[in-house]
Ligand binder design. Structure first.
Ligand code: ASP
Ligand code: MG
Length: 418
């Protein structure tokens, strides 16, 4: 017997037929003798609609009331799934965040979970009852409903798995696992059987949208084994059940569990980048501080930075990147400081993409970055900026080369499948 959390996203509960399908997945695990807590999202599209209604009423609105509104989508799906489970003979009960309770901080719209009391849920496992828990929501310090930020049900599921000491947290979604890269770009992308928390974290924050980044962080801290799999697989397909890795999907786990480690496990890309270049900045001590100080003071997140060599010894170019949504604000901050920085011109460019190679094998292998640079050079792709971390190398290139670069790197690191 194992204790499982099964999480189903919006597309998996989009209508009654799909909710019945979810119930069959739950039934399979219950019939196998497992204790099950299910976490569900709102029906796909519902949360967007709720957010739109709040904004339509008043663009600037009370965040506490926003949460009251957007948390309702999950109340519908937990009720429906509980009814369907009961209909097919499985004892089940729905739970909203405040009923457990799932305690969060006061950051309405982006709350963080602080404590979950799983005692009652675990007690009812003893009576054979399945818990159907609303994702995305919690209870703030002032006893008002909070929500965790978009995509937050993944985080709810992982936090509940940690609280009830589940053997595994299965994330059912509309893809069948985590791929070496975006299968829409590279036809030869392969599904990974296992990936480490660290790599998954990089993949998630670099644009692979399978899991909310925060849920992976939480899983890593509490060592919750995460299985990403498709809710569209037939519920009665053969399963490798129990706390061990199952047949279908991708297991996100400790790197020690991964026997055959690749040097590079995945390639991610993010189009959400914008490049800012300060042309002819005076080349003297204190300039970088004058540029990046005001950006930091305005909570602008700078990612890549390049300072060119100055050819005349007097001036230099500084280039950095920010998320596209923050470009206007960054430009504004820089223009205000332009006189003090002493730069001739500010140029911006949104036709850029950040391509990253990710792999824990980089810690122990040399020459990984070199292969990346050579592969891009062979294709005539110019690198505009570079950043690295222990398990990642990212380059900024012109966005028209995205597909070409990702495909070439996928081949260069031996990731191509059949
Ligand atoms: N329903 C919420 C959203 O759309 C939470 C989730 O689906 O994870 O963001
Ligand atoms: Mg999601």
């Amino acid at each position: 017997m194992a204790r499982l959390v099964m999480k189903f996203g919006g597309t998996s509960v989009a209508d009654i037929a799909r909710i019945r399908n979810v119930a069959q997945h739950v039934k399979r695990e219950v019939d196998a003798g497992h204790e099950v807590a299910v976490v569900v999202s709102a029906m796909s599209g519902t949360t967007n609609q709720l957010v739109a209604w709040a904004r339509e009423t008043a663009p600037l609105h009370d965040a506490r009331e926003y949460d009251t509104i957007v948390a309702t989508g999950e109340q519908v799906t937990v009720g429906l799934l509980a009814i369907e489970l009961q209909r097919i003979g499985i004892p089940a009960r729905s739970w909203l965040g405040w009923q457990i309770p799932i305690r969060t901080d006061n950051a309405h719209g982006a709350a963080r979970i602080q404590e979950i009391n799983g005692d009652e849920i675990v007690r009812r496992f003893g009576e054979g009852q399945v818990a159907v828990i609303a994702g995305f929501q919690g209870l703030g310090p002032d006893n008002r409903i909070t929500t965790l930020g978009r995509g937050g049900s993944d985080t709810s599921a992982v936090a509940i798995a940690a609280a009830i000491k589940a053997d595994r947290c299965d994330i059912y979604t509309d893809v069948d696992g985590v791929y070496t890269t975006d299968p829409r770009v590279v036809a030869k992308a392969r599904k990974l059987d296992k990936i480490s928390y660290e790599e998954m974290l990089e993949m998630a924050s670099l644009g692979a949208k399978v899991l909310q980044t925060r849920s992976v962080e939480l899983a890593m801290v509490y060592r919750v084994r995460l299985q990403v799999r498709s809710s569209f697989d037939a519920p009665d397909a053969p399963q490798g059940n129990g706390p061990e890795a199952t047949g279908p999907g991708t297991l996100v786990c400790d790197e020690e569990e991964i026997v055959e480690q690749q040097v590079v496990s995945g390639i991610a890309y993010s189009k959400d980048e914008a490049k800012v270049t300060l042309v002819k900045v005076e080349d003297k001590p204190g300039v970088a501080a004058r540029v990046f100080g005001p950006l930091a003071d305005n909570s602008l997140n700078v990612d890549m930075i390049i300072q060119n060599l100055s050819d005349d010894g007097k001036s230099t170019d500084i280039t950095f990147t920010v998320p596209q949504a923050e470009l206007a604000r960054a430009e504004d901050v820089i223009r205000k400081a332009q006189a003090e920085i002493g730069c001739k011109e500010v140029r911006t460019d949104t036709n850029v993409v950040k391509v990253s190679i990710i792999g824990i094998g980089m810690r122990s292998h040399t020459g990984v970055a070199k292969t990346m640079f050579k592969t891009l050079a062979d294709k005539g792709i110019n690198i505009l900026a570079i950043t690295t971390s222990e398990i990642k190398v990212s380059v900024l290139i012109a966005s028209e080369y995205t597909e070409l670069a990702v495909r070439a790197l996928h081949t260069a690191y031996g990731l191509d499948g059949e």
